[in-house]
Design a protein around this ligand. Structure first.
Ligand code: URA
Length: 208
């Protein structure tokens, strides 16, 4: 599928197995989500633009490379909060935005309740993250929002994706590249990804 990448690496597969396990504690879940986000970020940023800079090493002047664009990471509340530290540690220059959505129980459509985006989001490379790409409704809405604020170069990163969510997102935002560590089997009748890892927010925060 165009614009869709499953990041396959033994270390990612190994940690994904651990994070799926229902007996993994919330503290281990937190650590694993952060580690997995870091590994994914490495791949997601592989084609980011670079620019030349002159650096004085202790021995001589050298022409080196540095990241050549502003980077904004947009977290979909609340489970994506578990991915924030990986961004902050690996790309400390990145600005962080937050999008909060709830589901209207009549229309089943996501409604925004909180949006705070970096002021230069329109000029940034934007990485929108949510550990779970399930129905694709929240992801679609979050991408609508960042585009409304002018974002043009956007990637979407989820740890686990359902085919239904990928199909919805590639249709609603065909220009956005989607990355995941696993394309799972399907959604169940409650909208959970199968086999998935359960409710990512509850497992991250230990709320259930
Ligand atoms: N959100 C979750 O946290 N888990 C799922 O399986 C689907 C959506």
């Amino acid at each position: 599928m165009k614009n869709f990448t499953v990041i396959n690496h033994p270390l990612i597969r190994h940690k994904l197995t651990q994070i799926r396990d229902k007996d993994t504690s919330h503290s281990d879940f937190r650590r694993l989500l952060k580690e997995l986000t870091g590994f994914m970020l490495y791949e997601v940023m592989a084609d980011f633009p670079m620019r030349e800079v002159e650096v004085e090493t202790p021995l001589e002047r050298a022409t080196c490379l540095e990241l050549g664009c502003e980077i904004s990471c947009v977290l979909i509340l609340r489970a994506a909060l578990g991915m924030e530290d990986a961004f902050i540690e690996l790309v400390p220059e990145a600005r962080i935005g937050h999008v909060g959505l709830y589901r209207n129980e009549e229309t089943l459509e996501p409604v925004e309740y909180y949006v705070k985006l970096p002021k230069n989001v329109a000029e940034s490379a934007v990485i929108v993250v949510d550990p779970m790409l399930a129905t694709g409704n929240s992801a679609t809405k979050a991408l609508d929002i960042v585009k409304k604020h002018g974002a043009k170069t956007i990637k979407f990163v989820s740890l686990v994706a359902a085919p239904e969510g990928v199909a919805k997102l590639t249709k609603s935002h065909p220009d956005v590249s989607i990355y995941t560590a696993s394309l799972d089997r399907c959604l169940n009748e409650k909208g959970y990804i199968m086999p998935g890892l359960g409710d990512a927010g509850d497992r991250l925060f230990g709320t259930k």
